[in-house]
Write a protein that binds this ligand. Structure first.
Ligand code: ATP
Length: 294
């Protein structure tokens, strides 16, 4: 089922085009990462789909319109979470969130267990580490049993341990069948947490799909041999090798399946060419992403 469909979304802030015809689709059960460098329009997108900001043009649809104009009750988001009270404990802070959301049937202990704070449920918020504060905020999004939870840069400012804990928490939430949408500018984080990704740059969609397909499978190979044109003739005939191009003293090509490198070498040798240089490089989209985030 489609959870969110964004069609040709534009948002201008005066002369700044924050979103420039963005299209996206999120399916139920995905952990969907909105990946892009600072200023690419991630927060703007989340603001619009949560009804906090209005778009300049374009539209979006939640849950295939199943809940009509009132889908917000099915969505939990950190953007909407109030600041917690420092002198109250986790339970009392969550009770305040319940009151704000008009939701009173939640099992608060179960929520705190999910975000690994049950043991500290009676500690005052001000005694929490940054990671614990962030996990309480994640817990607050679960109040009202939403189908979708949305986070903007959920690991911002956390140390490696805090990042790992938030990562596990988000995966645990997704494992209960909820859809998770998160914005991040960190490629590694999206690769580790998300099942699907959309890479955006200057308010445009650059690529979208399963994380494995978009971020890690397309490997660039450098292949060298004494006779490069003979090598190129062989590569042109191999269906799992993309177009090869000549660099200074080797050829560069994309291989769709990393596990077929051995087969590739055998095909070269059978064709009378012995590869003298083989280098496997991370995929080009990753290179491109690192380039734009510089
Ligand atoms: P970040 O991770 O830095 O928050 P982002 O990808 O979430 O980045 P947005 O915050 O959506 O990006 O910003 C997109 C563009 O819109 C940027 O150029 C930003 O400066 C601009 N922008 C955002 N909010 C406003 C505003 N209220 N007024 C003017 N320009 C804005």
């Amino acid at each position: 089922m489609s959870v969110l469909k964004i069609n040709n979304l534009h948002k201008n802030y005066g002369k700044i085009k924050a979103l420039n015809g963005l299209n996206l689709e999120v399916e139920a059960g995905q952990i969907f990462g909105l990946l892009g460098p600072n200023g690419s329009g991630k927060t703007t997108t989340l603001g619009i789909i949560l009804g906090i900001l209005s778009q300049t043009s374009g539209d979006f649809e939640w849950f295939e319109n199943k809940y009509g104009n009132n889908p917000r009750k099915r969505i939990g988001a950190i953007l909407e979470t109030p600041n917690f009270y420092p002198y109250l404990d986790a339970i009392d802070n969550l009770k305040i969130v319940q009151r704000l959301k008009g939701s009173f049937n939640d099992d608060l202990d179960a929520i705190l267990e999910k975000v690994n704070l049950l043991e500290r449920k009676n500690s005052k918020f001000r005694t929490y580490s940054l990671g614990m504060k962030q996990r309480l905020a994640i817990g607050a999004t679960l109040i009202g049993e939403p189908d979708v939870v949305i986070f903007d840069e959920p690991t911002n400012g956390l140390d490696p341990q805090g990042i790992a804990e938030v990562r596990t928490t988000l995966q645990d939430i997704a494992a209960t069948g909820k859809t998770v949408i998160m914005a991040s500018h960190i490629l590694d984080e999206v690769e580790k947490i998300c099942s699907h990704v959309a890479i955006i740059k200057k308010g445009n969609l650059l690529a979208t799909g399963p994380v494995g397909a978009i971020l890690s499978q397309q490997i660039t190979l450098e292949l060298g041999a004494a006779d490069l044109s003979k090598l190129q003739n062989i590569l042109n005939k191999i269906d799992f090798i993309g177009n090869s191009s000549k660099k200074s003293n080797f050829l560069e090509c994309l291989i769709s399946d990393e596990n077929r490198i051995e087969e590739l070498i055998k095909l070269c040798i059978d064709g009378g060419v012995i590869p003298t240089h083989i280098v496997k490089r991370k995929n080009r989209l990753e290179d491109e992403f690192l380039e734009i985030t510089k």
